[in-house]
Ligand binder design. Structure first.
Ligand code: FUL
Length: 688
């Protein structure tokens, strides 16, 4: 009764029996980092001249009049993110091409020179209003690398950059995030100079001064950069953190003996972080919803599906990182319906899976409760939905067990754990057992918990009793959450592949009721043709397939295939180079600079495709290219040349569309410049 009285009076002190809380362990998150952890997911919105030029990086010489989003609707875009369960959006206000999407005083190269709203529009403002209306948070990305600005490389540009930050951060807040990419220097328009400008990225921008400005103008915003200072880049643009992932991190200069394969030597440990690192510097996993960050019509059939997003969710948010999903409004200035539908499907899945914590209402028996103080540190706190109330053990107790009596049999396949990270990242490893057939059986285990840890099980567990074991910890336990959830069983999307003989096959990992497919771009239903065996697709095209099993309808698989490569030959390379045209995305061919292909017959070529190596190495990846065609294999005509932008961080298939289809029997690919090493490496070349 006395305790109830204390609560009613709202007094903070719990009374004479109170036990001091555990001492924090290691470095701790700041208030702004805590708020960022709680968000878990937000989106990154890329729209600009690249949307119209079909590029990932603009050169800086684009005419602002390209920008004409007749249906621009910030509410549609931000609303779609919200329906996906995302808590905020980071707007790319200026990308590397330098065009500012707000009417800035710092450069003429801005939205007021576009056709949109007769030059009177302000896109960043419209996003800010949409966020306010929809209860979403907003962040900004203003690229430091500016390929338009004549002064880039001098101190005058750094001043202009800070002036841009000042305009944005005073005019469009409050911001939850200040996002700074790591792509820096290179060739560009630079006010007409059209030259290569190299800068020293460690000194040129004077980041300390800029960070101080950000702190002053937007004290609540976390600053994201390759190595912080508040949030680190996870080291890939694929959307996943390491299976073990520490929120603490000590960025280190590369050790020559440890040079990683991906070329980002400085960040090679970023996917895992550092146990007991010097800084609280959690990882952001950024990944676009489509293969590229900007909108490309050729990627309309490659929007990640709700279950693909769910996989990434487990591999990012489920590992204590945040997920930053790239959205690309189309030329009309809205998200394509395919993107909207996928986001909604993903949000629905999350809401369905995490609606009910099956451990709620259970009876808990802990091997140790701090000072015996059940009220302050008892395990019931694990299911109160509060990230900072927690079950704690005595200082000396770093291994502990907790039996969860569920009172009845429940079925679950996802386990969630969280630490009270206000007290640091304390736990190294854990295991979870279920009481089945009269004994404890191990069902899941993992390393590093921090802000969040999800363990997705391969099979449903049906049990009335669960046991959590804290196997190793650096300090006594301060666990704030234990959740048991049930993800609905689903039928996986089949895989669509083409074999060496040019036959298209639809394969599943196990038996399903039936597989239906379409070749006209429509969604396969039970009425669509049943797949009965491999078929030819002589002109290429879009194949969609889906499994059905009783009432369970699987996800749609989509594959865009080019011309079959049967009958193709590499000229003068022998069979050694055949791996560039074997329709196997995993095998690579290496050659000095050029590779010429004889397609065996004359075809019409609307676009070429280039798949860079997929083994996380960057040597031999082309970032500048030329494509030639020929009728006789002797005289060649150049039909395309350009840059594969952002291919280092995001090595996905590149599609080079031609202004108009050309007819040819032969084509040649030249790697004009490679990211590193001697010679070029290609996994696949194709025509579609
Ligand atoms: C990278 C940029 O170079 C890409 O174009 C994109 O904006 C990505 C999110 O960040 O650093």
């Amino acid at each position: 009764m006395l305790m109830v009285g204390v609560e009613v009076l709202g007094q903070a002190a719990p009374g004479p029996k109170s036990v001091a809380p555990p001492k924090p362990y290691g470095v701790l998150p700041s208030a702004r980092q805590l708020a960022w952890h709680e968000m878990e997911m937000y989106c990154l919105i890329h729209y600009g001249v690249d949307t119209y030029t079909d590029k990932e990086w603009g050169y800086g010489d684009e005419d602002p009049k390209l920008i004409d989003p007749v249906d621009f609707d910030a509410r549609q875009i931000v609303g779609a993110a919200k329906a996906g369960g995302f808590k905020g959006v980071v707007i790319v206000a200026k990308h590397h091409d330098g065009l500012c999407l707000w009417p800035t005083r710092t450069t003429e190269h801005n939205i007021s020179k576009s056709l949109w709203k007769g030059g009177h529009g302000d896109m960043v403002k419209e996003y800010q209003l949409a966020c306010q209306q929809l209860g979403m948070k907003m962040g900004l990305y203003c690229s430091p690398w500016d390929r338009n600005n004549a002064a880039y490389g001098t101190a005058a540009y750094v001043r202009a950059y800070r002036a841009q930050i000042k305009e944005l951060y005073t005019g469009y807040g409050p911001l939850f995030m200040s996002w700074h990419d790591g792509a820096n220097g290179g060739d560009g328009y630079y006010g007409g100079a059209r030259e290569l400008r190299k800068i020293d990225r460690t000194t040129y921008y004077g980041w300390d001064t800029t960070w101080a400005l950000v702190r002053r103008l937007q004290p609540g915003a976390v600053i994201f950069g390759d190595i912080g200072p508040d949030v680190r880049w996870v080291g890939n643009e694929e959307g996943h953190a390491g299976a073990t992932c520490w929120a603490t991190y000590t960025p280190e200069a590369p050790d020559p003996g440890k040079k990683p394969a991906n070329g980002y030597s400085k960040y090679w440990e970023a996917t895992e972080g550092t146990r007991d690192g010097k800084f609280w510097l959690p990882a952001e996993c950024d990944v676009p919803l489509r293969p590229g960050w900007f909108y490309h019509p050729s990627q309309d059939e490659q929007v990640k599906s709700p279950y693909q997003l769910l996989d990434l969710y487990y591999q990012s948010v489920g590992r204590g990182a945040d997920l930053d999903l790239g959205l690309a409004p189309s030329r009309r200035g809205v998200l394509d319906q395919r993107d909207v539908a996928s986001l909604k499907g993903f949000g629905d899945l999350l809401r369905q899976i995490f609606a009910v914590n099956l451990a709620r209402g259970a009876r808990f028996t802990a091997s140790n409760i701090r000072g015996g103080d059940q009220r302050s540190y008892g395990p019931e706190r694990l299911v109160d939905g509060d990230r900072y109330s927690y079950w704690a053990t005595d200082d000396a107790v770093k291994q502990a067990e907790l039996v969860v009596d569920l009172g009845k049999e429940v079925t679950f396949n996802v386990i969630r754990l969280r630490e009270n990270i206000k007290l640091g990242q304390r736990i190294d490893s854990f295991a979870v057992d279920a009481f089945v057939d009269g004994e404890w059986k191990l069902v899941g285990a993992g390393t590093s918990i921090g802000a969040n840890r999800l363990v997705r099980l391969q099979q449903n567990v049906v049990t009335g009793k669960v046991r959590l074991r804290i196997v190793r910890a650096a300090a006594c336990v301060a666990l704030s959450d234990l959740g048991l959830f049930r993800e609905p069983v689903h039928v996986e999307a089949p895989a669509i592949v083409r074999d060496k003989e040019g036959m298209v096959k639809i394969v599943t990992s196990g038996p399903v009721g039936s597989i239906h497919y379409t070749l006209d771009g429509s969604e396969p239903g039970q009425g669509s043709p049943v797949y009965r065996g491999a078929f030819e697709l002589p002109e290429g095209g879009v194949v969609k397939a889906r499994s059905f099993d009783g009432n369970v309808v699987g996800e749609v698989a989509t594959k865009q295939l080019g011309y079959p490569k049967t009958g193709w030959k590499v000229m003068d390379g022998g069979s050694r180079l055949a791996q560039a045209i074997d329709d196997d995305e995993r095998t690579a061919a290496g050659f000095p600079q050029d590779i010429a292909i004889d397609m065996g017959k004359e075809v019409s070529i609307p676009a070429f495709t280039y798949l860079p190596r997929q083994d996380k190495r960057t040597d031999g990846i082309a970032d500048r290219y030329v494509f030639y065609v020929s009728m006789d294999g002797a005289s060649w005509q150049k039909v395309a040349e350009g840059e594969f932008s952002n291919i280092r961080a995001n090595p996905v298939e590149q599609v080079v569309g031609l202004d108009a289809p050309v007819r040819a029997r032969y084509f040649k690919f030249t790697a004009v410049h490679v990211l590193g090493g001697n010679g070029a490496v290609v996994n696949e070349l194709g025509v579609r």
